[in-house]
Design a protein around this ligand. Structure first.
Ligand SMILES: Nc1ncnc2c1ncn2[C@@H]1O[C@H](COP(=O)(O)OP(=O)(O)OP(=O)(O)O)[C@@H](O)[C@H]1O
Ligand SMILES: O=P(O)(O)O[C@@H]1O[C@H]([C@H](O)CO)[C@@H](O)[C@H](O)[C@@H]1O
Length: 161
């Protein structure tokens, strides 16, 4: 097993693994189906807000419930987590099967919760939870106009059914 896979933990291990990380701890969550420049820039910026970055990735079943498409996710949760763990900016990766990462936030209690600028922090449960216990919730502006869905649209245009 490559070293970076040691950054992947289970939900049972999450609180203990977070407690061992350098502080302040930043946490974010998402699907990260086909990793692109927007994602890696955003993750580097999230990491720069603190000393460690925890990423919670939606399980395949929870991605299905988000309604991004019948064929999504293209990459399995295990593969998406391995790619995230291989990034320099990422300290710890965990999966979550709920509709939101609220329970992950409550378990990990990060100092800072970060999300892309397409979300309003006080309107999402994760942001509200962090603010309620005195943590910070930070929306990071998009620097590169990219999206997994758009990449797939491009690929499909070259390979119509
Ligand atoms: N271009 C981007 N720049 C900065 N942050 C981004 C960008 N795209 C996504 N993010 C952020 O990365 C996280 C994961 O995003 P997500 O997996 O939804 O990406 P996406 O490419 O928009 O996916 P999809 O097209 O499948 O909806 C979210 O917090 C989101 O705000
Ligand atoms: O990659 P996405 O689609 O940005 O990730 C989603 O983020 C939602 C957000 O945290 C608001 O609650 C979350 O609920 C959802 O499960 C995905 O992680």
């Amino acid at each position: 097993m490559p070293d970076f896979e040691q950054k992947i933990c289970t939900r049972d291990q999450l609180a203990a693994r977070v407690a061992a990380l350098p502080k302040p701890v930043v946490l974010t969550n998402g699907v990260f189906d086909i990793l692109h420049r927007g994602h890696v820039t955003y993750l580097a910026q999230a990491r720069a807000l603190g000393a460690s970055l925890v990423v919670a990735a939606n399980t395949d079943a929870s991605v299905k419930r988000l309604g991004k498409g019948d064929d999504r996710p293209l990459n399995s949760c295990a593969d998406r987590m391995a790619l995230l763990a291989a990034l320099e900016s990422v300290s710890l990766v965990v999966d979550f099967d709920e509709d939101t990462a609220l329970e992950v936030v409550q378990q990990a209690r990060p100092d800072i919760y970060a999300k892309g600028g397409d979300y309003q922090m006080d309107a999402i449960p994760e942001g509200q939870a962090v603010l309620a216990y005195g943590g910070q919730a930070v929306a990071i502006d998009f620097e590169h106009d990219r999206s997994t869905t758009r990449l797939l649209t491009k690929v499909r245009a070259f390979h119509p059914k």
